[in-house]
Design a protein around this ligand. Structure first.
Ligand code: AMP
Ligand code: MG
Length: 353
């Protein structure tokens, strides 16, 4: 299959031809990668079991890992979910359209192929205009997991999608770089208390604001309610470690570890805050086997979230066998950022003091 990359801009008039073509692909059971405000999605018709099967195949994703169904009208939630609790409407009012996914009881119309065999369905109403035009044009119900191959960092540009999905999807809609760069927050509304299953841009405090009472699933639960959380995610090819500790102990430890690798002529990468970046450069001047990435200032957590996945991909391209990252435990997005980093590192943490 040839994968076509086409541009869209989010203006319904200008995008009309692209959307017509993309919708034709979806209605015929094909796949299209699309931008959203979180990360790029790998889209198929959520109500067509064979489309969902194709998504799993294209991603190389285990079929017990359910897909998120994207809608473009609040009312459409009621066509795919039943016994919808008041909490869902409260959250929708505050945070939809936006980067929040709600787990609800599914209606029969949603095939088990889409929900990974579960009686619940994950529903999201994205804010990105290109995504919304596309969902509307394609019949209103789009299954779209992140567009990366299973286990790889999520895609934040159309180029990343092409790296992972060339020949596996009919079309990639290039809407430029995504805004947020981390996947949606997932909240389960099917139990007693609303429970956060995956951290994201809509953080705990914002959810508490809307609902009052919210619990969080422990990060290393053995049988997580969001089945995807049990898989190793975002895994770079090298061995990755996260260094934690107070102040300058962190860079001292990282410099010490990197120096050991260099003495063995091994390739290393460092993910650095902007504040410590120059210090690594000064230490490893003229050492071509060290790549240091400035992920942004710890004062700018949106930038850190935005750059994280792209940096993990770039590191793979350098062929680094070892990767050291600082910890970015920032106030608003720290939990979401660290969740991705811990998974990327397979929970490999070094304490520097
Ligand atoms: P991704 O689309 O790659 O962001 O992954 C979707 C995530 O949503 C996966 O980790 C799934 O485990 C989770 N998810 C999707 N549907 C459900 C569901 N019905 N119940 C719990 N988690 C879900
Ligand atoms: Mg994913």
């Amino acid at each position: 299959m040839e994968t076509r990359v086409v541009r869209a801009c989010g203006d319904p008039g200008a995008d009309r031809e692209v959307m017509k073509e993309a919708a034709g692909i979806i209605k015929a059971g094909g796949l299209v990668a699309i931008p959203t405000e979180t990360v790029y999605g790998l889209a198929g018709d959520a109500l067509n079991p064979s489309s969902s099967k194709k998504i799993y195949e294209a991603k190389g994703r285990p079929s017990d890992n359910p897909l998120i169904v994207h809608i473009a009208k609040l009312k459409d939630m009621e066509r795919i979910a039943e016994d919808i609790p008041g909490t869902a409407y409260k959250l929708a009012e505050k945070y939809w359209p936006g980067p929040l996914t709600m787990i609800l009881k599914k209606k029969e119309i949603v095939p088990y192929e889409t929900t990974g065999g579960l009686d619940t369905v994950a529903v999201r109403f994205p804010v990105n205009m290109i995504a919304r035009e596309f969902i509307e044009a394609s019949g209103g119900f789009i299954a779209a997991p992140s567009a990366n191959r299973s286990g790889r960092p999520s895609c934040t540009t159309a180029k990343h999608c092409l790296e992972d999905l060339d020949g596996k999807v009919d079309m990639i809609i290039d809407g430029g770089e995504v805004g947020i760069g981390l996947e949606s927050t997932i909240i389960d509304l099917t139990g007693g208390r609303p429970c956060i299953l995956r951290q994201g841009y809509i953080n705990e405090e914002m959810l508490r604001d809307a609902l009052g009472d919210v619990e969080t699933e422990a990060p290393e639960t053995e049988h997580p309610k969001a089945p995807g959380m049990k898989y190793r995610h975002y895994a770079p090819k090298g061995i990755m470690k996260i260094v934690q500790g107070e102040g300058s102990h962190v860079e001292e430890k990282i410099i010490e570890m990197v120096s050991e690798h260099l003495s063995r002529e091994e390739k290393v990468a460092v993910i650095s805050s902007h504040e410590k970046y120059q210090e690594y450069l000064d230490n490893f001047r003229d050492r071509s086997s060290v790549s240091v990435y400035d992920i942004g200032s710890t004062e700018d957590e949106d930038l850190i979230a935005h750059r994280l996945f792209a940096i993990l991909r770039e590191i793979d391209d350098t062929g680094a066998g070892y990767i050291y990252s600082e910890s970015f435990d920032t106030p608003r997005l720290g939990k979401a950022i660290m969740d991705r980093l811990y998974r990327a590192a397979g929970h490999n943490i070094i304490y520097s003091d």
